[in-house]
Ligand binder design. Structure first.
Ligand SMILES: [Mg+2]
Length: 215
C-alpha cells in the first residue's frame, strides 16, 4: 500500500485546474468584444452619468488603474448608479454575434484531462482572484491561470498561481509561460496532457470535469 501511495504521488499531474480569462484570451481579440465593451463604458459615462466627453479617456484610465475596473472607480469617487443597469448597458449590448464557434479551441480544451473553471471576477483585485479560487475550491499552487493582461497576470502571481500570458510569445515578470495564441497551448505545454496517461495508470476511476463558475 505504501508503495502504491508513493507511486500515485509521483504520478500526480502538476495542475488540478486551468483558470481562463475570457476577453482576448478565450475570446479572440478579432471578435471586437473588448473594444466594444470599452466604448460602451465611455458612452455610459457620458450619456448616463453626464460626465464631460473630453474628460472620459483620462478619467477612465485613471479609475481603471487605481480601482481595478472603471465601474468600481466610478462608485468609489461618488457616482451612484445601479450595478445591474450598468452591466446591462455595458455588457448587455456587446456584439456577441461576432463570437463564432472555435472548433479548434473547443477540441483542444475538451481534450485536456484537467478540470476547467471560467470565473467572472473583477480583476486585477487579488481578492477577486482569491474569491474565484475559493468558489471553485482550488489550490493556487495547483492551478494554471490564462490571461492576456499583464497586470492581471501579476495579480495572479501574487496570490500564488502559475501563469500563462496569452497574446504574445514574450514572457513578462510574473508570467511562467507566454503564448502567442491560446491555440498554441498544446505545443507550449504538452505536459498538461500527460495526466491523460497517468489517469489511465494511476486513477482508473477519475474522469476530467468541466465546471463553469459565475461570481
Ligand atoms: Mg482579457
Amino acid at each position: 500500500m505504501e508503495y502504491e501511495d508513493c507511486y500515485l504521488q509521483a504520478q500526480r499531474p502538476k495542475y488540478d485546474c486551468l483558470l481562463f480569462d475570457l476577453d482576448d484570451t478565450l475570446y479572440p481579440l478579432s471578435s471586437g468584444l473588448a473594444a466594444a465593451c470599452g466604448q460602451n463604458i465611455k458612452d455610459y459615462m457620458v450619456e448616463q452619468l453626464g460626465i464631460e466627453k473630453s474628460k472620459i479617456t483620462e478619467l477612465g484610465n485613471l479609475l481603471y488603474k487605481n480601482y481595478g475596473t472603471t465601474m468600481a472607480g466610478l462608485r468609489a469617487i461618488g457616482y451612484d448608479f445601479d450595478y445591474d443597469e450598468y452591466h446591462s448597458y455595458v455588457h448587455g449590448r456587446l456584439p456577441y454575434g461576432n463570437l463564432k464557434p472555435d472548433p479548434v479551441l473547443r477540441s483542444l480544451l475538451l481534450s485536456l484531462p484537467i478540470r476547467k473553471v471560467t470565473p467572472i471576477v473583477c480583476k486585477p483585485s487579488e481578492i477577486a482572484i482569491e474569491r474565484a479560487l475559493e468558489i471553485a475550491n482550488l489550490n493556487p499552487q495547483r492551478t494554471l491561470f490564462f490571461e492576456d493582461s499583464v497586470r492581471n497576470i501579476q495579480a495572479g502571481k501574487r496570490v500564488g498561481l502559475d501563469t500563462v500570458l496569452v497574446g504574445t510569445s514574450q514572457r513578462v515578470k510574473g508570467a511562467d509561460y507566454a503564448l502567442e495564441s491560446i491555440h498554441n497551448l498544446r505545443e507550449a505545454a504538452p505536459e498538461l496532457w500527460e495526466s491523460e496517461i497517468k489517469t489511465e495508470v494511476g486513477y482508473p476511476g477519475k474522469v476530467p470535469r468541466e465546471t463553469p463558475v459565475t461570481a
